[in-house]
Ligand binder design. Structure first.
Ligand code: SF4
Length: 240
């Protein structure tokens, strides 16, 4: 089940990834603030039937969820009323900040975006807002993984721009001690073309020894949105 702690009309993000399925980033921000009160989120979650079949409560959003200053409070208070594990999907841009690390430590599963092996490729693929540096992200991941005891995976989006760097990205993941990766290519409509299954199969081999989930092997789960429009904001309808 997805929770969006931003819930704004337009995406708010620290990146403007070329493949973003929800369209261009018009609201760039690196400032953490409260977008939706913890109470409002808890009220919706409390309305779920106690026996609803949910594997993870996943905090992602119409943009970057660590921008929500109350992220840690949201996780802590959801845990008081639901028994499910909590996942956070982040683009890793603020992972070098200690306040963000403290918030993320509360979650059971962290998915970290990692699409590049160096500053120049990072700038081309993720198009970060000024001040966000690839080197700081790498340092932040190193520091966070040393403290974090839960499940952690890198989420890597592969497109034509970073395909030939996939081996280097895998080497960095190994150096960082990563045990699990999700290898994605954009199958929903966006500005980048997806890589083919044979191309992804080659890339998978670079990550040998890790737990690998590849988008082409993923089982499609049919889920019912609580709010169709809000779900479309996060998943996109192919706006570009
Ligand atoms: S893909 Fe995620 S991180 Fe990249 S611009 Fe879109 S919302 Fe932001």
């Amino acid at each position: 089940m997805g929770v969006d702690p931003l819930s704004q009309k337009d995406k708010i993000c620290t990146f403007d990834c070329t493949y973003c399925q929800i369209g261009e980033t018009l609201l760039f921000s690196s400032e953490r603030k409260i977008f939706v009160s913890t109470e409002a989120i808890l009220k919706e979650i409390a309305s779920l039937p106690k026996n609803a079949k949910i594997d993870y409560i996943t905090i992602s959003g119409n943009g970057e969820p660590t921008l929500a200053k109350n992220l840690g409070d949201i996780i802590k208070r959801i845990k008081k009323i639901r028994k499910e594990k909590i996942a956070v999907i982040t683009n890793s841009s603020l992972i070098d900040r200690s306040d963000v690390q403290v918030d993320l430590l509360r979650a059971d599963f962290i998915l970290l975006k990692f699409d590049a092996n160096a500053e120049d490729l990072f700038t081309i693929v993720n198009r970060p807002s000024p001040g966000i540096k690839f080197g700081d992200i790498v340092k932040g991941i190193k520091k966070f993984t040393a403290m974090y005891k839960g499940r952690l995976a890198l989420q890597i989006m592969l497109v034509k721009k970073n395909k030939s760097y996939a081996r280097e990205i895998a080497k960095m993941a190994i150096k960082l001690g990563i045990k699990e990766v999700q290898l994605n290519t954009p199958l929903r409509e966006c500005a980048d073309d997806p890589l083919s299954k044979p191309e992804m199969d080659v890339i998978k081999k670079y990550f040998k020894g890790m737990k690998i989930d590849c988008v082409y092997n993923a089982k499609i789960k049919h889920v019912k949105p609580m709010h169709k429009e809000d779900a479309e904001k996060r998943h996109g309808r192919g706006k570009r």
